[in-house]
Ligand binder design. Structure first.
Ligand code: PEP
Ligand code: MN
Length: 356
């Protein structure tokens, strides 16, 4: 249920509604806009009498939300959300945001070299992994704290905001100290303790879709970020793998570009595409970047290495800095063409079912 207060609702009227929710043993999510306050319910909302709430003082309307991921749905937050990372505004009608850098941080020098190159190519945010999620224990696991220190120094030296993956709840404080955006990776999409701990820092959360997650499941876990008081959510489609796994593919994963307009329709939060992990192949990153922007992605995450053959992880999908420059150039052109063509993304088109 979403309770929309009248524009002139008093503090006491708002408190009474919150009190009503709390007295049913539930939590309230309160968002105070410039004109209106909207209150969401966290928990089993059947415990709150819908008609009673509707008739309370200062209440303009109470709306039942039909989807399970209530607090992240368009019915609860109708307007596109803009997430700010440093000076970069991501989402709504802002130009695409480009997040780029190596898969793993290997040394200060490596990160600085690549960071400088991606900045020159037009990237806005520097990425680099310090705690790497790896299938094999024999693979490079990341530099850990040393990597985080390099990320922070290079980010400062290049005046670029940074993003890095947080793999465990235990590291929340540590990782938060060294980076601007916390990434929750595909393998941790279902890790509710990690999601909640990361959300509570208030930092933007770069939340990747699990490779076998349905969109409903993905959004339900993303909702936990909002339910913990953090609306700085960046969604990321990074490729899926068919369940069962007998399907032999030419690519590491299948970048699910259907998900981009579906997510834009279902939620107001920015959607980023990751064609690097989504394909696993350097030669496919450019075409799938173009397609992702054409499908309505608000930005791209791209793995870049200047010596991909020497990369300690994901070398096969790393593009060269000069490739990134081409990707950014054509992506900006595609974005501009779509914006000027008056052919809105499907997220902006009503689907006729009555849900915005
Ligand atoms: C990454 O961004 O380096 C990464 C490991 O991503 P994912 O969680 O999507 O595999
Ligand atoms: Mn990677």
């Amino acid at each position: 249920m979403s309770i929309v207060m009248k524009p002139g609702a008093t503090k006491d009227e708002i408190s009474a509604v919150i009190g009503k929710i709390k007295s049913a043993g539930l939590k309230a999510d309160v968002s105070s806009g410039e004109y209106q306050t909207v209150i969401g319910i966290i928990g089993d909302e059947k415990k709150v009498d819908f008609d009673q709430v509707k008739s309370m003082g200062g209440v303009f309307d109470a709306i039942r939300i039909q989807v399970p991921y209530r607090l992240i749905s368009r019915s609860y937050i109708p307007e596109d959300v803009v997430v700010r990372v440093g000076k970069i505004a991501i989402g709504r009608d802002n130009p695409p945001a480009y997040i780029a850098g190596p898969c793993s941080i290997e040394s200060y020098e490596q990160l600085y070299r690549i960071g400088r190159a991606v900045k020159d190519a037009g990237a806005h945010i520097l990425r680099g992994g310090a705690f790497k999620p790896r299938t094999s224990i024999h693979s490079f696991q990341g530099l850990g704290l040393e990597g985080l220190e390099h990320l922070e120094s290079v980010g400062k030296d290049l005046h670029m905001p940074t993003v890095t993956e947080i793999r465990s709840e235990v590291d929340v404080e540590l990782v938060t100290k060294h980076t601007d955006v916390l990434q929750i990776g595909a393998r941790n999409m279902f890790n509710q303790d990690l999601i909640e701990a990361a959300a509570k820092t208030g930092k933007p959360i770069f939340f990747k879709r699990g490779f076998s997650a349905q969109i409903d499941e993905y959004l339900s876990f993303a909702e936990r970020i909002v339910a913990n008081g953090n609306r700085n959510v960046l969604l990321c489609e990074r490729g899926i793998m068919p369940l069962g796994g007998s399907f032999k593919s030419q690519t590491r994963f299948t970048l699910d570009l259907n998900a981009v307009p579906v997510l834009r329709k279902e939620t107001p939060f920015p959607v980023i595409a990751d064609p690097s992990h989504g394909t696993g192949r350097r030669d496919l990153v450019l075409p799938m970047s173009r397609a992702a922007i054409a499908s309505g992605a608000h930005g791209l995450m791209i793995e870049v290495h200047d010596r991909p053959q020497e990369a300690l992880s994901d070398g096969a999908q790393a593009v060269l800095p000069q490739d990134l420059k081409k990707i950014i150039k054509v992506s900006d052109l595609i974005f501009k063409t779509i914006r000027e063509s008056d052919s809105p993304f499907s997220g902006d088109i009503k689907n006729g079912t009555g849900r915005a």
